[in-house]
Write a protein that binds this ligand. Structure first.
Ligand SMILES: [Mn+2]
Length: 338
């Protein structure tokens, strides 16, 4: 939806405030970060006092998006007075838990909170909630806001939005990629985005440890009998052996669903005994949200995640049947249709 009314309302709501704290989820990704940077620019251009404050610092791979180092984080010593008494705009995130330290600056009655997000299947009772599940990225939502505000699309802002769109649409491949997504990309390129540079910075600046980590993952590759599901299961200790971080493994999970017959891929990582994170990807109409919702997780139908309060083996054993159920439900729905 690029419903002008929705964005007109959002813009009016934002501009009725004067001091902002923009934040996203822990481990800011190019979408959360791109949306923050673009919105920050829009608000500043309107004479507003805006600060970007995240729980975690930016991954150095994304620092090219923020040359002025506007994104601050909880690890810096910022006087609380600078962060207090602001309207908190939570971008690309509907889960207060995932906002981390920034949550401290949201009033108990949430009267100073505005949520802007595009995730699927969220039931939430935020008073001021601008959810557009039809948008492929939160950066796309901020693009509409800038359009609504008529102006302010510098090359830097366009690059921030473009990085969010490219990342969250899986290079214009995922289902939420619409004709308008490409039209927006064209506008962003006209505004000065260097696509080769953004592509290189986002996708060709990994550490060499990522290769070693990938090798470890493939040692632990499993495929179910029907060849519909594939998964990696790995412990922190195994990655430590090759000096690889969990962040270094970002995106490798997508490879699991590259084979035509595999519909769902999972990456299980045991962060500590009794706490296993799972990230999931699926193809087409396979909706994985019911599986992660069981553990309070969320995301999108085809890309989501959650945390299972179990050791690695137990987590895998308990979780695989839930995913098998999602795969079965989608093939049944397909059969009923035909
Ligand atoms: Mn996003």
């Amino acid at each position: 939806m690029s419903d002008g009314n929705f964005y007109a309302k959002l813009l009016v709501r934002l501009l009725s405030e004067d001091r902002f704290l923009l934040t996203t989820h822990r481990g800011p990704d190019p979408d959360g970060l791109g949306a923050e940077l673009a919105l920050d620019s829009l608000l500043r251009a309107r004479g507003k006092d805006s600060i970007i404050y995240n729980h975690d610092p930016i991954n150095p791979r994304y620092s090219f998006l923020d040359p002025e180092k506007r994104a601050r984080h909880a690890g810096e010593s910022i006087p609380p007075a600078e962060l207090e008494n602001r309207t908190v705009v939570m971008l690309d995130n509907s889960d207060l838990e995932r906002s981390g330290d920034a949550g401290k600056y949201i009033k108990e009655d949430q009267s100073n909170l505005i949520v802007i997000d595009h995730h699927d299947g969220i039931a939430s009772d935020y008073q001021t909630y601008f959810l557009n599940s039809g948008a492929g990225s939160t950066a796309e939502m901020v693009y509409y806001l800038i359009e609504q505000a008529a102006g302010g699309l510098t090359a830097e802002v366009a690059t921030a939005i473009y990085a969010g769109i490219v990342t969250d649409t899986g290079h214009f491949r995922y289902q939420k990629t619409k004709p308008r997504t490409h039209l927006i990309a064209a506008k962003l390129l006209e505004a000065g985005v260097d696509t080769a540079k953004v592509g290189d910075r986002l996708f060709s600046t990994w550490s060499t440890e990522r290769l070693f980590g990938r090798a470890k993952l493939y040692e632990n590759l499993r495929v179910d009998e029907d060849r519909q599901m594939a998964w990696f299961a790995i412990r922190r200790r195994q990655l430590d052996e090759v000096s690889c971080n969990f962040e270094d493994l970002d995106g490798i999970l997508n490879e699991l669903i590259e084979p035509g017959e595999i519909l769902a891929g999972m990456l299980f990582t045991e962060r500590e005994p009794g706490r296993t994170k799972v990230s999931l990807r699926s193809k087409g109409d396979v909706n994985l949200l019911p599986a992660v919702n069981r553990y309070g997780g969320g995301g999108h139908r085809n890309a989501c995640g959650g945390t299972i309060p179990l050791d690695l083996e137990a987590a895998v054993e308990q979780f695989i049947p839930l995913v098998a159920e999602c795969v079965r439900a989608s093939s049944e729905a397909r059969e009923n249709k035909s």
